[in-house]
Design a protein. Sequence first.
Length: 373
Amino acid sequence: MKKIYLDNASTTSIRPEVVQEMTKVLLEDFGNPSSTHSFGRGAKVLVESARKSIAKQINAAASEIIFTSCGTEANNWILRSCVRDLKIERIITSKIEHHAVLHTAEMLIKEYNIQVDYVNVKPNGEIDFTDLVELLSQNKKTLVSLMHVNNEIGTVLNLEKAVRITHDYNALFHTDTVQSIGKTEIDVQKIPVDFLVASAHKFHGPKGVGFAYVKKNSGLQSMIYGGEQEKGLRAGTEAVHQIVGMAKALELSYENLTTERIHISELKKYIIGRLEIDFPDFKINGEETFYNILNVNLPLSEEKTSMLLFHLDMKGIAVSRGSACQSGSIKPSHVLAEILDNEEVKKPNLRISFSHYNTKEDVDALMEALKSI
């Protein structure tokens, strides 16, 4: 049975070139980057070359790139340090953010008694900018934290507008770009975010490594204590092979962005066309969503909801019903619960997410499987 992977918003397969690069480092460049001998110096060169490569892709300075284990760690670090070290009194976020932001904000309420305000979200999944302005006009030392592309429904934040409004009110802006980095152009000079996070496994790199962009002179302090790695902001021996793999993956993603984006966009159009024929009463959740994510409610009976993924998995097809981080939960998606009514939330829902490795044959197989359920 051929296996079909349509869950690229949860993780992506590693490009073969990235595996080759990482294997070489594992076999030949095993030195500790903090060691002063030749083995250590060689490893240090690789880490710093990777930092420069990543910085170049988003038009940042190399000194503004800090390596972490993942996007979740970077989100936790930035939010916590903003409150603890920059004396932020309030976080403005939305109820459709990733739990790495939402749960961190909840803990900061308990630990520091900060204020957390949730900007309104429109039924189409977009942030209500009028409400954002209203919240920012309440004069408090504030961090705005809004994700660029929603990981469940794929709605895209107008990042330029969000940053401009935030800075107009002298607040700081943090964005989780885990779903968008490597899949769309991001230039931190044109869109001057204060903080940005990314994770390698979302753009065909290895798991267990990510990075934070932290604007120069931000004042953030370390959350992990130990050695002086990462300019003293993130202690611990660097995972050289993963960092090199991440830089290679990001470089290849941007080299191939135009052709891969066209290919994936065509697949999304194709599956929508198939759904219109085979399930004419289906509904897309969110409007003008990112080109590789499609979240749909299907006109199937409610009792089929819990078994839908199981049946597809038995046919060798991998999709999801929301964030992979929540896959063990029986609760409905917190994102869909925010934008849909109670009846809509109960309906069978799928998140289908593509990569350049997918084909129209994959879509056809998914549709045939859905029709057979």
